[in-house]
Design a protein around this ligand. Structure first.
Ligand SMILES: [Fe+2]
Length: 394
């Protein structure tokens, strides 16, 4: 197998697409330098409480301090971040007279950190910048704080995203806050930071990365660059996600998954689809894990979209080298992969029941990801999709 012949030290590089990415094992040591490159002297490190308790975060903050940077840690960030977390982060930023953000962690911490960086310079409330019409033009872009992003899970890809997903507790909706400058100026992509992730989280976030690449690939939007990235992202996931789950300390697998995750979020500038449109309301209402929810609904969504994606999945099966050709081969691969890495088959198993469908389906219809699904979504066909996903009807 070729994976045993590659040297991990070769998987290192400086990329400038879609932003400046310093990729490679051990490159977290460049964090102080990255902060200085963006003019920071007093960075606020935004992370979640779980990570804040780990040596990884303490070591990173200590390294900044040893280098003369006045670095403090803010960790009041929930698994599905809410507006209050962003407001508290802005307070901490102002109190500490900070001049930049280190967004450090999984999707929640990255999204919260990026939102804090946006909000430190605004005088309107957060949800005035929701991704609707041209609301992003309300942002005073010059007053946004610079961001260094350090992803520690391979899935969300938020380190290369131009948006944050924040839950509005007043109406229990996940809202997308968007501005082109929310794309972090520097990313440190160090696969060694993901080595401690337990297998079930590795599986769930890895499936989020797969859903980004797959939904972007199936989106009808014209974007051949994103299309190429999505295809290669899926090839890496097919080869390496099972290895990363089975052998958590396999740095080669961790590196390939970290790359595939960054690629997924780069590709989804082309749009997402029903997997994310369904997953967002489940997360907002029932606090389900984002990547896990995408993973559960994935095969049901593919079957629903079949008539519109048959040709694309035939290409995909060929590129991935799946033995059984066409749509059926891809579907079988995904079902086998889910089973191998312990993803439940139905939404029922993660707490979504038929009673929730009447609430979830209209929310999914209104989700911004719904607009780029290959087939047009409405509350009625989404109800059907939810019911199939709850009851395991493929
Ligand atoms: Fe996602």
């Amino acid at each position: 197998m070729k994976r045993h012949n590659t040297d991990i030290s070769r998987l290192s590089g400086n990329w400038n697409y879609p932003t400046a990415i310093r990729f490679g094992v051990g490159r977290i040591r460049e964090l102080p330098d990255a902060c200085r490159a963006l003019g920071m002297a007093r960075p606020l490190l935004v992370t979640d409480p779980g990570l804040a308790a780990l040596p990884m975060v303490k070591d990173a903050a200590d390294a900044c301090r040893a280098d003369g940077l006045a670095c403090e840690i803010f960790s009041e960030v929930r698994g599905n971040p809410v507006e209050a977390n962003v407001v508290a982060g802005v307070d901490a930023y102002r109190r500490g007279e900070h001049d930049g953000i280190i967004a450090f962690g999984g999707g929640s911490a990255l999204d919260a950190g990026k939102a804090v960086a946006l909000m430190v310079g605004q005088d309107r409330p957060l949800f005035d910048f929701e991704d609707r019409e041209d609301w992003w033009t309300r942002v005073n872009a010059d007053a946004m704080a610079p961001v260094v992003a350090v992803p520690t899970t391979s899935g969300t890809g938020s380190e290369v995203g131009r948006a944050s997903v924040i839950t509005d507790e007043t109406d229990h909706r996940k809202k997308i806050i968007f501005h082109p400058k929310m794309l972090p100026a520097i990313v440190i992509d160090d696969p060694a930071l993901t080595v401690g992730l337990p297998a079930h989280i590795t599986a769930a976030v890895g499936m989020d990365a797969l859903s980004h690449n797959l939904e972007a690939f199936c989106s009808p939007v014209y974007h051949p660059m994103a299309q190429g990235i999505a295809l290669e992202g899926m090839r890496l996931i097919r080869e390496w996600l099972p290895v990363a789950c089975a052998e958590g300390d396999n740095l080669m697998a961790r590196a390939q998954m970290q790359a595939a995750s960054t690629m997924g979020a780069t590709a989804f500038q082309k749009g997402l689809g029903a997997m994310h449109a369904m997953s967002h309301p489940c997360g907002a209402v029932l606090d389900t894990h984002h990547g896990l929810t995408n993973a559960v609904v994935m095969p049901y969504v593919l079957v629903f979209n079949r008539s519109a994606i048959e040709e694309k999945l035939t290409e995909l099966a060929r590129y991935l080298g799946i033995e059984k050709p066409g749509f059926d081969g891809v579907l079988q691969w995904i079902l086998d992969l889910r089973r191998a890495i312990g993803i439940p088959h139905t939404l029922k198993e993660i707490g979504v029941t038929e009673d929730h469908v009447a609430q979830l389906a209209p929310m999914a219809e209104a989700d911004p990801s719904a607009g780029t699904n290959p087939l047009k979504l409405n509350a009625e066909n989404l109800s059907g999709l939810f019911l199939n996903s709850i009851n395991g009807v493929l």
